[in-house]
Design a protein around this ligand. Structure first.
Ligand SMILES: [Zn+2]
Ligand SMILES: [Zn+2]
Length: 146
């Protein structure tokens, strides 16, 4: 199958799937494209609605499974919201932390990691070797402050 959607780094993405022995199916591509075109995070129902515009007849379960696969491949991140719900966004490149604007739902990537020193301290204090962390911040973006 040829290039279905104009994802900028399509070849790179195909490679990521290939490395894990997974197929870059049209559904998975569509889910990724929908998220790439959104500026912030999207709920699963919104993703489903937009995917159906690209691939009519795609079921919610397929969208859900595609998201799980994309998360596994580090292409998508689950964004945890204040109300306990979660949504999805394209994973930032490299090690970054998402800051979610609670007014306009935009996701801003914070490139610095404040956790490195803390991880070292935790290892020293608890003996646990910290291997990974998930840090997400909430706030009000500049535009929403005015
Ligand atoms: Zn905002
Ligand atoms: Zn970090």
């Amino acid at each position: 199958m040829g290039k279905l959607f104009s994802i900028n780094n399509y070849n790179e993405i195909k490679e990521i799937f290939h490395d894990k022995g997974l197929k870059c199916t049209p559904q998975r591509q569509a889910v990724l494209k929908v998220l790439q075109e959104s500026k912030g995070y999207l709920s699963i129902s919104k993703i489903h609605r937009n995917v159906k515009e690209l691939l009519p007849g795609t079921g919610l379960a397929t969208v859900y499974r595609s998201l799980e696969t994309l998360i596994e491949l580090n292409l998508v991140v689950k964004v945890h919201l204040e109300d306990g719900c979660h949504s999805y966004a394209v994973a930032p490149k490299g090690h970054r932390h998402p800051i979610v604007c609670t007014d306009c739902n935009r996701v801003i990537d914070y490139t610095e990691c404040p956790m490195e020193d803390l991880s070292k301290k935790l290892t020293k204090d608890t003996g646990i070797l910290i291997q990974n962390h998930f840090l997400q911040l909430f706030g009000t973006c500049k535009q929403c402050q005015t």
